[in-house]
Design a protein around this ligand. Structure first.
Ligand SMILES: C[S@@+](CC[C@H](N)C(=O)[O-])C[C@H]1O[C@@H](n2cnc3c(N)ncnc32)[C@H](O)[C@@H]1O
Length: 225
């Protein structure tokens, strides 16, 4: 029986699978690393860092990286990679107006609406005035694609404009997760209300599978108002 994840507290159960997600790495992480450019000496925060795969890549690139995750086990795995002193144990411990860059990857699409609002405000608070935030997750525009390179989705009755939950199975790792679908416009409004400006929306590389053109992820580039 495969692992199923429907709550944010359950993610630690697939920490090993997350560490071995090469397809996601090649698609999402490489796009984000390109967007971040030269990170040498830059003060960056990975919010919702998981086991720290991206945080350690950024550290290898010379960034002064810090990280936070709600899960104690993920914080430990990330700390093992980047140094435990670089991992904040609680959101209140993250210094305000401190970071040139904040990244938040594949977190907002698995938490409830109130948490999306809270995380967006927290990111605004910890960003420097001229800093950039990159917040990314599964591309809402492909919510009705039954199969991508990365996952298989259970088709729902809902349309694009409706916020709703659906199950997907990750091909890599073989575990099932509940994903929260919200239209791009909904996220833009939440970010604006949290004091952020959407500078750009980036998508991962397009490919074709079973007659559908697919871009797996969206990454919002934001700054403070
Ligand atoms: C799908 S994993 C993504 C991990 C990593 N960012 C990556 O790209 O591989 C989602 C992570 O978000 C964390 N998370 C969930 N809710 C959170 C919250 N409210 N604040 C911070 N982290 C959260 C989970 O513990 C988990 O590590």
């Amino acid at each position: 029986m495969s692992t199923s994840i429907s709550e944010q507290s359950e993610w630690a159960r697939v920490s090993k699978e997350l560490e071995a997600e090469n397809l996601k790495l090649a698609s999402y992480d490489s796009t984000l690393l390109d967007l971040l450019g030269n990170v040498m000496g830059k003060r960056l925060l990975d919010y919702g860092c998981g086991p720290g795969v991206l945080a350690s890549a950024l550290q290898r690139g010379g960034a002064d990286i810090r990280a936070y995750d709600i899960s104690e086990e993920m914080r430990k795995l990330c700390g093992d990679k980047i140094g435990h002193e670089r991992v904040y144990v609680g959101v209140d411990a993250i210094p305000q107006e401190n970071f040139e860059g904040v990244i938040c990857n594949l977190v907002l699409c698995i938490v409830n609406e109130e948490e999306v609002r809270k995380i967006s405000r927290n990111i605004t608070d910890v960003l420097q005035q001229e800093g950039r935030a990159f917040i990314g997750f599964c591309n809402p525009l492909i919510f009705n694609v039954a199969e991508s390179r990365l996952d298989l989705r259970k088709q729902s009755e809902h349309n694009y404009e409706e916020n709703h939950r659906y199950w997907k199975t990750k091909k890599e790792g073989g575990y099932r997760i509940v994903e929260e679908h919200r239209p791009i416009r909904w996220y833009e409004q939440v970010f604006t209300e949290a004091g952020l400006i959407v500078l750009d929306k980036h998508f991962t590389l397009e490919y074709e599978l079973k007659g559908r053109k697919i871009q797996d992820f969206i990454i919002f580039e934001l700054k403070k108002k």
